[in-house]
Design a protein around this ligand. Structure first.
Ligand code: HPA
Length: 235
């Protein structure tokens, strides 16, 4: 049955869905990496596709930007379409220059300034964590491919513009070395509805220096991340 935000048929999604933020990126992934990919949903141009990768059924669908958007799509995929595994593939900003551009970062936990998990958790502090099996599969897959990854705590920020300047120092002191905008929400949605989730990110910018990847570097690091996510997704 269609949901308010997904107009796919029942059973249209594979058990595992790779989720970038950007719908056009979802389309590009489907066209580049999946075989026989068919578009299964297009509400608000938030595209989703199902095809196969190395013979296994796999879906890719965008989650949009920010915790509210990502929470809507992941909730409906899990609750209404029976999706079991969600792997976010995205970008992040580094909080300190110790983290390098194009590095791969796997989010073991996600801290946040969003209140969504307090709303879920009687106003207490919920530890939003990746599913261990999925996390381990991503880490092992990266190692098999000879790719260096950092595994750690990310900060899922509600504000892209206007993060308090001293916040970077606080994050760095607490070993939270990258900022993105969705995983604290996605991890809690997965827990709430009984699915597994993990996120792998590429560092697209160094926030304190303003250094950012070029378009070409973004392509290379994106491909590195996709190779890990795709091989992990079918294990
Ligand atoms: N902030 C939040 N999300 C991001 C950033 C950032 O600086 N870079 C890439 N995703």
């Amino acid at each position: 049955m269609a949901t308010p935000h997904i107009n796919a048929k029942d059973g249209a999604f594979a058990e595992t869905v790779l989720m970038p933020g950007d719908p056009l990126r979802a389309q590009m992934i489907a066209e580049t990496f999946l075989e026989g990919a068919e578009q299964v949903t297009n509400v608000r141009n938030v595209f989703g596709y199902t095809g196969t990768y190395k013979g296994k059924r796999l879906s890719v669908m965008a989650h949009g930007m920010g915790i509210p958007s990502a929470s809507i799509y992941t909730t409906e995929l899990i609750k209404d379409y029976g999706v079991k595994n969600i792997i976010r593939i995205g970008s992040c900003g580094a909080v300190t220059p110790n983290i390098k551009l194009r590095e791969l970062f796997i989010a073991m936990g996600a801290s946040t300034d969003s209140k969504v998990n307090r709303m879920r958790f009687n106003d207490h502090d919920y530890a939003a964590i990746a599913d261990y099996t999925l996390l381990r599969t991503l880490v092992d897959t990266a190692a098999e491919q000879g790719k260096k990854v950092t595994v750690g705590n990310v900060f899922s920020a509600d504000l892209f513009y206007g993060v308090q300047p001293n916040m970077l120092d606080v994050l760095s002191k607490m070993q939270v070395n990258v900022i993105e905008m969705e995983l604290a929400g996605i991890y809690a949605v997965a827990a709430q509805y009984g699915a597994r989730a993990a996120g792998i990110l590429t560092v697209s910018d160094i926030i304190p220096t303003g250094e950012a990847t070029s378009a070409e570097e973004r392509q290379t690091s994106f491909r590195d991340m996709m190779e890990v996510a795709l091989d992990a997704a079918i294990k």
